[in-house]
Ligand binder design. Structure first.
Ligand code: BGC
Length: 394
């Protein structure tokens, strides 16, 4: 479909559909020293984070950019290590900081979507046993409640955690906060603890703010089978990766944050996989297949928000196309009656990308990491802004 066709088909997104971008604290704020990733950097296990985008001090200016790009919502996370630097001791200045972040979004007419925990953890929590601690769900819920107390009625949408399985199998391993999948018995125990932590935080958040809408941000794959054996494997994979966690929390979720980056094939020939178009990070590009993940998640009967989908594209050659195709995939699901209520591109800024450091560029806004941290809005960000205007029928 050419871009005119896509723009036409984008009209009449449901009224109130939210448009925006996502970030996470550790990946953009800078200056965090007391979480597991900062310690991993000190130990030479991960690339330097330093000031990152210095979003901690420049969030007003970054929200001005988002606003100028027609965003009506924004997803960000709270850095747990900042607000609870010691077990049970909360830092009121840091809580105030996040309160101001929310205020500044509201002042721009943007709906805040808050991720309570996005991958990085306070060092004290990791050192004392991470989610392996028996009381971890209660500790996590106490932190979540504190955040909700401070935000009060200014925040409606909370995701307790970001991509629990990606954390469990990958990012949490950086300082052994998570066991990874290599140790299935331990992984299963942590899985159960994460489910409990979500439950506890869900209850705690709603006890403080009864009108809050609480869910998780869940990484989903589009899974395709190319032969009968592949169909069996795809079925099992879909169950284990896409559904198992959501099944476990099904009575404690008011919405689901869908995060989609990749389509998996069981199987694809070496030739097909080698010749497929890929992003800078090496992921195949199948943006409109986000449709599959939305269709699949519609079984849970709660509203869906696409809380992440994005492309690493240093030269900004494919990003506008990627966004258009993603939105076309969402549109396809909406047309079939799936209750999707928003889209948050990953990411607003060129963020710290874990083991890749700042080499992978996901941002709508280019950030010059070599010193100046100068921001430049990319052309694709403007293309997205135009889609938003068209889709709102303005
Ligand atoms: C994560 C982000 C990350 C993005 C791109 C998602 O899985 O939530 O933190 O930057 O993928 O790798």
């Amino acid at each position: 479909m050419g871009s005119v066709g896509i723009l036409e088909s984008m009209q009449q997104f449901p009224k109130g559909f939210l448009w925006g971008a996502s970030t996470s604290a550790m990946q953009v704020e800078g200056g965090i020293e007391n979480n597991d990733w900062a310690e991993a950097v000190r130990q030479g296990l991960a690339p330097t984070i330093g000031l990152a985008c210095n979003h901690y001090h420049r969030y007003e200016e970054d929200f001005d950019s988002a606003k100028s790009l027609n965003h009506t919502a924004h997803r960000f996370s709270i850095e747990w290590a900042r607000v609870e630097p010691e077990e049970g001791k909360f830092d009121s200045a840091e809580l105030e900081h996040y309160k101001n972040v929310v205020k500044s979004l509201r002042a721009r007419g943007m709906e805040p979507f808050v991720t309570v925990w996005h991958f990085s953890l306070p060092l004290w929590f990791v050192k004392s046993g991470s989610f392996g601690r028996k009381d971890a769900p209660a500790i996590f819920a106490r932190y979540a409640a504190k955040v909700a107390e401070v935000f009060g009625d200014q925040v409606t949408f909370y995701m307790t955690m970001n991509e629990p399985l990606v954390w469990l199998g990958e990012h949490g391993k950086i300082l052994n906060a998570a066991p990874g999948f290599g140790n299935p018995v331990k992984a299963l125990r942590y899985f159960t603890q994460l489910v409990r932590a979500h439950h506890a935080a869900y209850v705690a958040l709603k006890a403080v703010v009864p009108h809050a809408k609480v869910g998780v941000a869940k990484h989903q794959f589009s899974v395709v089978a190319t032969n009968p054996l592949g169909a069996v494997v795809a079925h099992v994979f879909r169950f284990l990766w896409n559904r198992h966690f959501l099944n476990a929390i099904r009575h404690h979720q008011d919405f689901i944050g869908i995060q989609y980056y990749q389509r998996l094939f069981f199987w694809q020939s070496k030739k097909e996989s080698e010749s497929a178009e890929k992003s800078d990070i090496g992921w195949q590009l199948h943006p409109s297949a986000i449709y599959d993940t939305l269709k699949e998640a519609s079984r849970y009967g709660v509203p869906l928000y696409v809380t992440e989908a994005g492309i690493a594209d240093r030269r900004d050659q494919r990003r506008a196309w990627y966004i258009e195709e993603t939105i076309a995939g969402i549109r396809h699901a909406v047309d079939e009656g799936v209750d999707v209520r928003g889209f948050f591109y990953w990411s607003l800024l060129d963020n710290y990308e874990f083991k890749e450091g700042f080499s992978m560029r996901f941002g709508l806004v280019h950030v010059e990491h070599a010193g100046s941290l100068i921001r430049t809005i990319r052309d694709s960000a403007r293309a997205y802004a135009e889609i938003i205007t068209t889709s709102r029928g303005e």
